[in-house]
Design a protein around this ligand. Structure first.
Ligand SMILES: Nc1ncnc2c1ncn2[C@@H]1O[C@H](COP(=O)(O)OP(=O)(O)OP(=O)(O)O)[C@@H](O)[C@H]1O
Ligand SMILES: [Mg+2]
Length: 349
């Protein structure tokens, strides 16, 4: 069972490798991820970045090469195939990237199948429930059609209805609006909102900005790793590979409320505030004057700071920030092709 306060989904140091012609290839690299019960999460990343593989770790469809996955108090990779199927049937509603409806069953039968399989709801209730779910995703008139006789978008909508059949606490969906027309997509987004409002945990892989905007948190995957969310927020226009490089370079720092640092001799390449409020004071004719107040997710680069030196950094509250040392920052700028001015304007956005 899920213990109060514990994450609902937890991936600890998860690595997934696949055999490839040149040897094993790591598709997920030391992933740490916690998702709380009731969270609405989007997972975003380029094709091949490992999004579906990550979902497969959560659903137990695939096993990690190393590391631990815990979902609702269970480690799916430790269950036998039959235990796994039974557990998954009542715990997770899965919307697959390529629907995976059974072609010789009608849409109605496809949606009834998970209820039959897990023996959920009385047999008399199942059909009415399946009809209502299909109605909800706009397929009320097509319940008796075979999947092959409806459009890709309609199959996707049916796959969503099927995922909800057992009223699972967790819904995991891979590109659920990718094939839907605008109106059906809007209906599906409203349905996800409603599920979240009912306390479900919803995790969705998507490229759809409208969906991303509605989720509470976005996980950015690049080449099998998670980009630091604050780095992504501070530089929304930097490409993912560069955000990942910055993620590798940052180190945490802290300063207690009331404490100060003088710049120089203290030096920083990049500073992204994660917590607290940081005041930057510069010398004035009499005493000093406030140059800037930094709030969480705002960043400062060495290039921005340079014209205003010397500065005094003062923690107005207990502050925590991510920092890249000056040498590492300079060499990143030089080899990444990112111009300091570009980086610095972007972060104002
Ligand atoms: N079973 C497998 N065997 C070998 N390689 C695999 C396997 N499954 C996935 N991969 C490789 O792992 C990488 C990540 O695949 P994954 O399907 O997770 O990407 P994705 O982010 O979901 O991409 P897309 O947006 O195209 O769906 C890809 O390079 C893919 O070729
Ligand atoms: Mg995928």
């Amino acid at each position: 069972m899920n213990t109060a306060g514990a994450p609902y989904i937890s991936l600890q140091d998860v690595v997934k490798t696949f055999p490839a012609p040149g040897g094993e290839v790591a598709v997920l690299k030391h992933i740490h991820l916690n998702i709380q019960p009731g969270e609405y999460i989007s997972i975003v990343g380029k094709s091949g970045s490992g999004k579906s593989t990550l979902l497969n770790m959560i659903t137990g469809i695939d096993h990690p090469t190393s590391g631990t996955v815990t979902v609702a108090g269970t480690q799916p990779h430790r269950l036998s195939e039959s235990q796994l199927a039974a557990w998954r049937g009542v715990t997770i509603g899965i919307v697959f990237q390529f629907f995976q409806l059974l072609p010789m069953l009608s849409l109605l039968e496809n949606v009834m199948l998970p209820m039959d399989f897990c023996n959920r709801y009385s047999p008399a209730e199942r059909e009415g429930r399946a009809r209502a779910l299909l109605e909800q995703v706009g397929l009320g008139d097509l319940v008796d059609k075979l999947p092959g006789a409806v459009s890709g978008g309609q199959q996707q909508a049916a796959a969503i209805a099927r995922a909800l059949a057992n009223d699972p606490p967790l819904i995991v969906a891979d590109e659920p609006t990718g094939n839907l027309d605008e109106r059906t997509a809007e209906g599906v987004l409203a349905l996800f909102d409603e599920l979240v409002a009912r306390g479900k945990t919803v995790v969705i892989v998507t490229h759809d900005p409208a969906l991303v905007k509605r989720t509470q948190r976005t996980i950015l995957l690049s080449d099998g790793e998670i980009i630091h969310p604050l780095i992504a927020r501070a530089f929304p226009h930097l490409p993912h590979p560069q955000l990942l490089q910055l993620t590798h370079l940052v180190r945490p720092h802290s300063l207690s409320r009331g404490e100060s640092l003088s710049l120089p001799p203290y030096a920083t390449g990049l500073l992204v505030l994660t917590q607290g409020k940081l005041a930057l004071w510069k010398p004035a004719r009499r005493g000093e004057t406030l140059w800037k107040e930094l709030h969480p997710s705002q960043a400062l680069t060495a290039q921005e700071i340079a014209p205003h030196l010397p500065l005094r950094l003062q923690a107005l509250e207990d502050c925590v920030w991510l920092e890249i040392p000056p040498e590492a920052w300079e060499s990143w700028l030089a080899q990444s092709g990112a111009r300091a001015s570009f980086v610095s304007t972007e972060k104002q956005a």
